[in-house]
Write a protein that binds this ligand. Structure first.
Ligand SMILES: Nc1ncnc2c1ncn2[C@@H]1O[C@H](COP(=O)(O)OP(=O)(O)OP(=O)(O)O)[C@@H](O)[C@H]1O
Ligand SMILES: [Mg+2]
Length: 240
């Protein structure tokens, strides 16, 4: 019989605190261990610290105290080049998109594949297919500066998932899209998760949280609380 192996830990936080400049801590004593292949929502009121927590997971921000390991590497002791290499394994959908506005939708989504040196014919095939899935075929050659908020958001999502990252961090990824396309985008995250990607999605949407039975990392009063689906249903949620 095969021996049970504990899944790999993708993100580990110990006593993490973060503050901006000399201000008070906005998150304190955060302890967290995310296993490979897990899927979590990240919730909390506006200003609770969701984007700040994600920015540490994305290695953009170091904690003011405590330690963070990502893919088994303690980021407090990892230099810039090392951080850049780790970042390549992470797909991010930023709350403010951060697209390259002078490039076309196609070129924005193609970027992570071209960085890896993928054959251009394969790039064309994959990007065309994914942009069609997110219903943006007709805007493929438009520069992103000319597109709407919801269209930019779908491009940001396509760019984050195109190279099947090991870790996907999405900050309010369905905040700007119509209700009918939000479940389709969720499906993209769920499919990616089935292929092994560890997923964290910050959201304000009760509908998303209630429709998908995933645990919730909830930020309140500077602390992190984990709610599991059965607990959430007792609090009145509905689960798929
Ligand atoms: N770069 C920064 N400099 C100073 N303060 C900041 C900075 N970024 C965030 N903050 C402060 O940290 C707190 C948490 O902000 P954060 O953006 O992480 O919240 P959030 O949960 O993502 O909110 P929202 O739901 O509105 O996106 C807020 O009080 C915010 O004003
Ligand atoms: Mg935010």
């Amino acid at each position: 019989m095969e021996k049970y192996r504990e899944p790999e830990t993708i993100i580990e936080m110990q006593n993490v605190g973060i503050r901006y400049d000399q201000g008070p801590e906005i998150l304190s004593d955060i302890k967290l261990s995310l296993k490979k292949g897990s899927f979590h929502f990240l919730t909390g009121k506006s200003g609770a610290g969701k984007t700040s927590l994600l920015s540490m997971m994305y290695l953009q921000q170091k904690p003011s105290r405590g330690s963070i390991s990502v893919f088994g590497k303690n980021i407090n002791f990892t230099h810039r080049d090392g951080l850049a290499m780790l970042r390549r394994r992470i797909g991010v959908v930023f709350q403010d998109f951060r697209l390259l506005d002078h490039l076309s939708a196609f070129d924005n989504v193609a970027l992570p594949l071209r960085v890896c040196g993928m054959d251009e014919r394969e790039v064309r095939k994959r990007v065309t297919e994914l942009l069609s899935w997110v219903e943006l075929s007709r805007h493929m050659q438009d520069t992103t500066a000319t597109l709407s908020g919801g269209e930019k958001q779908r491009i940001a999502i396509a760019r984050a998932v195109i190279n099947r990252p090991e870790l996907l961090l999405a900050d309010e990824p369905t905040g700007n899209v119509d209700n009918d396309i939000a479940p389709k985008l969720m499906k993209l995250f769920v499919e990616l998760n089935k292929l092994g990607t560890t997923v964290v999605i910050a959201t304000h949407s009760d509908k998303l949280i209630n429709d998908f039975a995933y645990p919730r990392l909830h930020l309140q009063d500077r602390s992190l609380h984990i709610h599991y689906p059965s607990e959430i249903s007792r609090l009145g949620g509905r689960h798929a």
